[in-house]
Ligand binder design. Structure first.
Ligand SMILES: [Zn+2]
Length: 235
């Protein structure tokens, strides 16, 4: 599904939320200013009943962090999904999303039981809801990883970018760090606007110039110049 119905309650909720939230601040808005759009998460561990406790924790984290995701990825004309399913399957890979279903690979999460952030990343894709819109993969993945690594995970886990090797088109953590820098130094609402443009089929590279004052490649060069000269240590 590409588009979601617009509704006045959704508009009112978003406006109230936006009023109480600065997009790039780590400090949450006061609770009184932040309505809590509810999310109903269902879990299917029938293929791996031993994952039930892990899945219950993942469900709880999705529900708790949904208001945060909507602060960053919501918008006045967007009605967010209200139901998401976590489906556990014995497949390769880590996790992926199909519509409002997040498919979690049982072997991966058995081997990485602390990686709840991977589920949060997938929940971002559900909210991004780009459908068939033409959006570069690095933008899609960079936005999901921005929410995960720079807003959800604790600051000491944030990825560092190697200035010698990285390029924004790597997507994921690299693009996430680039977007975080744009939010901190150029435009606090950048990720929100970039995501809204992508969801609405309006993504263009010129958005970087329009929102952050320089063409994409010049911004990237400025970001790289701002990084510590030593490459990041391996985790
Ligand atoms: Zn992804």
């Amino acid at each position: 599904m590409n588009t979601r119905r617009r509704s006045l309650p959704a508009l009112a909720a978003w406006l109230a939320m936006a009023a109480g939230a600065a997009f790039c601040q780590d400090r949450p808005a006061p609770a009184a200013n932040r309505p809590a759009p509810s999310l109903e998460v269902t879990v299917d561990t029938s293929a791996a009943p031993e994952m039930a406790a892990w899945a219950a924790r993942a469900k709880s984290l999705c529900e708790q962090n949904y208001p945060l995701l909507l602060t960053i990825l919501g918008g006045p004309e967007f009605e967010p999904p209200r139901k998401v399913k976590l489906l556990f399957k014995n497949i390769k890979g880590a996790a992926h999303t199909a519509g409002d279903t997040i498919i979690c690979a049982v072997p991966y999460f058995k081997g990485h039981p602390g990686d709840y952030g991977a589920v949060i990343h997938e929940l971002c894709h559900v909210v991004q809801a780009y459908g068939a819109q033409k959006v570069p993969g690095w933008v899609t993945e960079g936005i999901a990883d921005y929410v995960r690594w720079f807003r959800y995970e604790p600051p000491n886990r944030r990825p560092r970018v190697n200035p010698k090797r990285a390029k924004y088109s790597d997507g994921y953590q690299t693009a996430a760090a680039f977007f975080d820098w744009i939010c901190r130094t150029k435009d606090p609402g950048f990720v929100n606007r970039l995501n809204a443009a992508a969801r609405g089929g309006q993504y263009r590279p010129e958005l970087f110039q329009e929102r952050a004052g320089k063409p994409l490649d010049e911004l990237w060069a400025q970001f790289v110049a701002s990084l510590p000269k030593e490459p990041p240590r391996k985790k």
